[in-house]
Design a protein around this ligand. Structure first.
Ligand SMILES: Nc1ncnc2c1ncn2[C@@H]1O[C@H](COP(=O)(O)OP(=O)(O)O)[C@@H](O)[C@H]1O
Ligand SMILES: [Mg+2]
Length: 260
C-alpha cells in the first residue's frame, strides 16, 4: 500500500537551527492521523518538508517520499494532497474576491492572474465547492473583509477544488470562535466520512475529530510515540509531552484537557 508520508533519517535545518536529526515517520494511505506536539516540536517544519518548501540535507539512506514519490511538482501534488497552512492564511491577498480564492487553487497561486485561463468545468467546480462549504453567498466578498473563520473555509475550498484524496491541516481551528470552530470541525468530519484521509497537525487536543483514530506525538524534533489514539492519549503522555500536569477528558469522541 502507498504511504502518504515516508520519511527516513531526514536531517533538516532552518537557518542555522537543526530541527530534525535522523527524523523518521511513516503514515499509510487511508490512515487519518493527528500529529500533536507543543510549540517548537517541529510541526510546521514537517509541513514545509511535505509541501517541498524545505528539503532535507542530502545523505545516504535518507529520503522524504510523499505518496511514494521523492520528486513532485506542486501542480501534480495538489491534485493528491491539499495543504492548508496558517502561513497561507496570513499571506493571502486581501483584495481577492472569495470565488477567486477558490479558483486560485487550480494554479496553487495567491490570487488569479490575467495569463491564467480557466475552463467552464473548472468554474463549475468552484461553484460546487462554494455550495458544498456553505460559502456561496460570500463569493464576491474580498478576502480581507472576511472573518478568520470565513477565510479558513475559502482556503479549504481552494485546496478541495483540486479534489485531492488527502488533506493536511495545520491547526485548523486556531483563531476561530466557538461557532466557527464547530462548523469547521463538522466540515472536516464530513470529509473524513467521505473517504478523505486527513493529517491534522496541532497542539490543540480538542481539534481532533472522533474519526481520527491514530496519533503521533512529537517533541523537540522527534516522534516520541505513535499508535491508536485511545492507547496513546492519556494524562501521563500529555503531561510529559506538554511538560505540565494535564488531565484528559473524553466527551462524545472528542477530547478536552484540563490542568492536572
Ligand atoms: N526560520 C527559522 N530559522 C531558524 N529556526 C527556526 C525557524 N523556524 C523555526 N525554527 C526553529 O525550529 C524549531 C521547530 O519549529 P516549528 O517547526 O515552527 O515548530 P512547531 O510548528 O511545532 O511549533 C523551533 O525550535 C524553532 O525555533
Ligand atoms: Mg507551527
Amino acid at each position: 500500500m502507498t504511504k502518504i508520508i515516508e520519511i527516513k533519517d531526514a536531517t533538516v535545518f532552518r537557518g542555522d537551527t537543526r530541527v530534525f536529526r535522523n527524523f523518521n515517520l511513516e503514515i499509510e494511505s487511508g490512515q487519518s492521523t493527528a500529529i500533536l506536539g507543543p510549540n517548537g516540536a517541529g510541526k510546521t517544519t514537517l509541513l514545509k518538508l511535505l509541501s517541498c518548501e524545505l528539503y532535507p540535507v542530502v545523505q545516504a539512506g535518507s529520503c522524504v517520499r510523499v505518496l511514494g514519490r521523492e520528486r513532485w511538482n506542486v501542480w501534480d501534488l495538489r491534485n493528491h494532497l491539499g495543504i492548508i497552512s496558517n502561513d497561507l492564511q496570513n499571506e493571502y491577498l486581501g483584495y481577492v474576491a472569495g470565488k477567486d480564492v477558490i479558483l486560485s487553487g487550480f494554479y496553487s497561486s495567491i490570487g488569479t492572474y490575467g495569463h491564467q485561463s480557466f475552463s467552464g468545468e473548472q468554474r463549475a467546480r468552484v461553484t460546487k465547492t462554494l455550495r458544498d462549504l456553505g460559502i456561496h453567498d460570500l463569493r464576491d466578498k474580498p478576502y480581507a473583509a472576511m472573518s478568520t473563520g470565513q477565510q479558513r473555509r475559502f482556503l479549504l475550498g481552494r485546496a478541495l477544488v483540486n479534489e485531492p484524496e488527502n488533506l493536511i491541516l495545520d491547526e485548523p481551528t486556531s483563531g476561530l470562535d466557538l461557532k466557527a470552530t464547530f462548523q469547521y470541525l463538522e466540515t472536516v468530519r464530513k470529509l473524513l466520512r467521505g473517504d478523505h484521509t486527513v493529517i491534522l497537525v496541532t497542539h490543540h487536543v480538542h481539534e481532533i475529530p472522533p474519526e481520527i483514530e491514530r496519533v503521533v506525538l512529537m517533541d523537540r524534533g522527534k516522534v516520541v510515540s505513535q499508535g491508536a489514539k485511545s492507547e496513546i492519549l492519556n494524562d501521563e503522555s500529555l503531561s510529559d509531552l506538554f511538560d505540565t500536569p494535564i488531565r484528559l477528558v473524553d466527551a462524545n469522541g472528542y477530547y478536552q484537557v484540563l490542568p492536572g
